[in-house]
Design a protein around this ligand. Structure first.
Ligand SMILES: [Zn+2]
Ligand SMILES: [Zn+2]
Length: 373
């Protein structure tokens, strides 16, 4: 067993962490009888196990060594660097878990390592006009942030954070599994500390020992012109905070453009309606069509049919990818008047006679109603 090993000595001897010296001795004697190389000639596995048992016993039978192991979770009498506080390590320069993790934990510490923060996604609702112009918006994102009270350690200020004695601060434990094909060692998250490698004596009152608190994180985001429902924008580095020095995650904005009373959108094109009076449709003329940015003057050719789409080039939405703009389509609706002045009615009836179409002439009561309406 090399220095810096953080295998669970209690597990090797098969005793609980609370075992008395007497129980440890008893367990050791039993195991030694079972795994002694003399009792298992030629079994190299048994030999290795026998060595582990001896080493575990050597540490745990000595109250001083045991206490040290309980505290730091490792055996390191002479770890690389010349001792826990010798060599080039800055004493207490970092939280305990990291310091001891790197001193004792060997390469295993890296497997946990700094963790990148979570990616967050948020739906942003904007109007069609905002999608047209593009907007800057301050949004507030609920996320977990480092607790101010404990600085993220999870420990109540003034209390100690120790290396998890179960895993030795590595956050991971090895489990040996003996099978007919050999002994397999699997590495799993330490259940004692949940993989943090730390043992908190007294949890922080503000964050409940988690080291993180729910906070509203404010971010100014820029939403470019041309976004549409379904557009996903990435705001780098504004996601959840990383842990153990890891980088933050990203924030994704899922855009939802609200429907508009006057315009329908089809990718970069906009569609609207233009209402023509009967004579305008028949004789042609110039009308104003509402666009997303104001009004456009459009020439109507004589004999324009209802339902015709008049294309107004370049007056649609800006293209999010690429340059330029889509088109605006004005769909013609012929306005059929629902009430007429007496003179209009007379003219219409004259027109009907001229065109030789049979129309319903208004009765006297209808005419009176027309006059007083
Ligand atoms: Zn806290
Ligand atoms: Zn642990």
């Amino acid at each position: 067993m090399p220095d810096g090993d953080s295998r669970d000595l209690y597990a090797i001897l098969g005793v609980p962490r609370s075992a008395s010296q007497e129980e440890i001795k008893k367990a050791y004697r039993k195991l030694v009888r079972k795994h002694h190389p003399d009792a298992n000639p030629g079994d190299s596995e048994s030999e290795a196990r026998f060595k582990s048992i001896n080493l575990a016993y050597e540490i745990l039978q000595d109250p001083q060594k045991r206490a040290r192991y309980d505290q730091f979770g490792t055996i390191g009498d002479a770890p690389p660097g010349g001792g826990p506080f010798g060599g080039g390590f800055e004493p207490f320069g970092d939280i305990f878990g990291d310091l001891f993790g790197s001193v004792f934990g060997g390469g295993r510490r890296e497997a946990r390592g700094p963790l990148r923060g979570q990616d967050l996604e948020m739906t942003i609702r904007i109007s069609l006009e905002e999608a047209f112009r593009g907007i800057g918006r301050e949004i507030s994102i609920p996320r977990l942030e480092k607790c101010d009270r404990c600085g993220g350690s999870g420990a109540e200020p003034g209390t100690e954070v120790k290396s998890c004695p179960y895993c030795g601060g590595s956050g991971q434990v090895e489990r040996e599994q003996r099978t007919p094909f050999g002994t397999f060692v699997s590495v799993g998250q330490c259940s004692e500390c949940g993989g943090s490698g730390k043992k908190i004596e007294s949890g922080c009152r503000n964050c409940g020992a988690s080291g993180k608190v729910r906070a509203k994180h404010r971010v100014d985001v820029k939403i470019p012109p041309g976004v549409d429902t379904g557009t996903r924008l990435r705001v780098a580095g504004e996601g959840g905070e990383g842990s153990d020095g890891g980088p933050p995650g990203d924030l994704f904005l899922a855009i939802k453009v609200e429907s508009h009373p006057s315009f329908e959108r089809d990718r970069d094109d906009l569609h609207t309606r233009v209402i023509l009076k009967y004579p305008q449709a028949v004789l042609g003329g110039s009308v104003e069509v509402a666009s997303i940015e104001g009004t456009e003057k459009v020439e109507i050719s004589p004999g324009t049919q209802g339902g015709k789409a008049i294309r107004i080039k370049g007056k649609g939405m800006p293209r999010l990818k690429g340059s330029g703009r889509g088109d605006l389509y004005a769909h013609v609706v012929i306005d059929v008047p629902q009430s007429l002045t007496e003179r209009e009615r007379a003219l219409m009836e004259g027109l009907a006679r001229e065109m030789d179409v049979e129309v319903q002439s208004a009765g006297l009561i209808d005419r009176i109603r027309q006059i007083f309406s």
